[in-house]
Design a protein around this ligand. Structure first.
Ligand SMILES: Nc1nc2c(c(=O)[nH]1)N[C@H]1C(S)=C(S)[C@@H](COP(=O)(O)OP(=O)(O)OC[C@H]3O[C@@H](n4cnc5c(N)ncnc54)[C@H](O)[C@@H]3O)O[C@H]1N2
Ligand code: MOO
Length: 411
């Protein structure tokens, strides 16, 4: 059995075991946050015709050659063109068509003079300077050309991409399906948050933290009813969840206690056992196995350990399943604003609060780093990796932190 393995090995093992999920075709408005499973080519020019970017008058540039401030050239207004209502007239010498922003440039015209640069009545318009041909015209295809690739497979669909997809008429889009993540908390001590607490029991917070982390990572969380410390029950729950879920995550029951049955259940259910225990704190007893193409990942029950190991090990897996190529977090250099004196023999991930100010990142560390303490997770948005034996760290020192919510900023 792979036991006490390096963080990097665990991560590589997990990542190489999964592939992006099968693509599905979704209605455009349902694709927000999904990852494109196809390159998008525009079937049309945008704009689809030469159009005016201004409100003014469409005229011929050659007719303005003699125009000056003192001796303006006068044009006869022969028609009106608005966005969606093109003029059918063909513009002749010294004729003008009153034109609105977004309207098609009339035949014969090669220039739009904005209202502000003219004097006009309903019948005529005066122009006071010479203009170059093709001034103030947005040309057909100058934004997007017919056949041009506008978006690339693997890109996340955010509001700008929704707009681009709409511009090229994509009402159905091929995206990678979102992974369905079954969340199973285990432990005789756990009570649902809406039930009264009895002696020795605690409220089940992990289901909610993990579900929220899954959502933030772009997966779809399914919280299963929590399971007591019972090998058969845990095994049955896992077996049935793996029928429909893409990944199963458990919390609790992965250590060496008399009632820690999760690893045993994994072994019963899996085709391939991957590892148990990773050389890091918190969350050492992390365990993983595979059934068909589905991963089971057992996190420590300690709330902060579950949070941190999710971010380090589960999030990249979810991102890969979603079709993303960049699955690891953004690392930035930051200045430490706290002292951290504990030097440990184990690798550690320490919860951190990082902010950006005046062009630099700064990082504060909360007071408690115990894996059973949840209160100091408040505002945590980054992690500081401390390799075994390294430290102490002092205020003002430069450190590297991993940002937990910075997907859009990855280069
Ligand atoms: N003799 C040893 N004991 C322990 C070792 C060890 O090496 N030798 N490792 C410790 C480490 S490190 C960790 S981490 C924990 C992991 O234990 P489990 O993953 O089996 O987790 P549990 O014992 O089930 O729970 C730990 C802790 O977290 C609370 N918990 C569990 N589930 C939830 C939940 N859904 N919501 C909120 N809190 C939860 C649970 O009540 C425990 O207090 O093992 C050490 N022991
Ligand atoms: O590995 Mo554990 O989460 O530190 O108590």
């Amino acid at each position: 059995m792979n036991k006490d393995i390096e963080i990097k090995s665990a991560l590589e093992m997990l990542i190489t075991e999964v592939e992006p999920l099968s693509p599905v075709s979704l209605n455009l408005m349902d694709t927000l946050g999904y990852v494109l499973a196809e390159d998008i080519f525009s079937p049309l020019n945008i704009p689809p015709f030469d159009r005016s970017p201004l409100d003014g008058f469409a005229i011929r540039a050659c007719d303005t050659v003699k125009a000056t401030k003192d001796e303006p050239v006068t044009f006869k207004i022969i028609d009106f063109a608005a966005a969606g209502k093109p003029s059918k007239m063909v513009l002749g010498p010294y004729q003008a068509i009153r034109i609105m922003t977004g309207a098609k440039i009339p035949n014969g015209a090669d220039l739009v003079v904005p209202f502000e640069e003219t004097e006009f009545t309903e019948e005529w318009v005066k122009v006071f300077k010479t203009y170059n041909s093709n001034s103030n015209i947005s040309f057909m295809g100058e934004d997007i050309k017919e056949g041009q690739k506008v978006l690339t497979k693997g890109e996340v669909i955010n509001p700008p991409e929704i707009g681009i997809l709409a511009s090229v008429g994509k009402n159905k889009v091929l995206v990678y399906d979102r992974p369905k993540i079954a969340i199973l908390t285990t432990g005789d001590e756990l009570v649902d948050i809406d039930k009264p607490l009895e002696e020795g029991k605690i409220l089940n917070s992990n289901s909610y933290t993990i579900a929220a982390l899954v959502k933030r990572s772009g997966g779809v969380p399914y919280i299963l009813p929590h399971c007591p410390d019972n090998l058969e029950k845990i095994t049955n729950e896992i077996t049935s969840a793996l029928q429909w879920a893409d990944i199963l995550i458990t919390t609790g029951g992965v250590s060496v206690g008399d009632k820690d049955y999760v690893m045993e259940s994994f072994k019963k259910v899996c085709d391939k056992f991957l590892f148990w225990k990773v050389k890091m704190k918190p969350g050492t007893p992390l365990t993983a196995a595979k059934y068909r193409n589905k991963l089971m990942i057992g996190l420590s029950g300690n709330p902060a350990a579950a949070f941190i190991t999710f971010e380090i090990f589960v999030k990249p897996v979810i991102k890969k399943l979603r079709g993303l190529e960049k699955v690891y977090p953004l690392q930035v250099e930051s200045t430490l604003l706290s002292n951290f004196t504990k030097v440990r023999k184990q690798n550690r991930y320490v919860r951190a609060i990082t902010y950006y100010d005046g062009g630099k990142f700064y990082t504060k560390l909360p007071d408690s780093h115990s894996s059973g303490v949840i209160s100091s997770l408040a505002k945590v948005n980054s992690l500081l990796f401390i390799p075994a034996g390294m430290g102490p760290f002092t205020k003002g020192q430069k450190i590297t932190v991993e940002l937990l919510e910075s997907e859009d900023l990855l280069p």
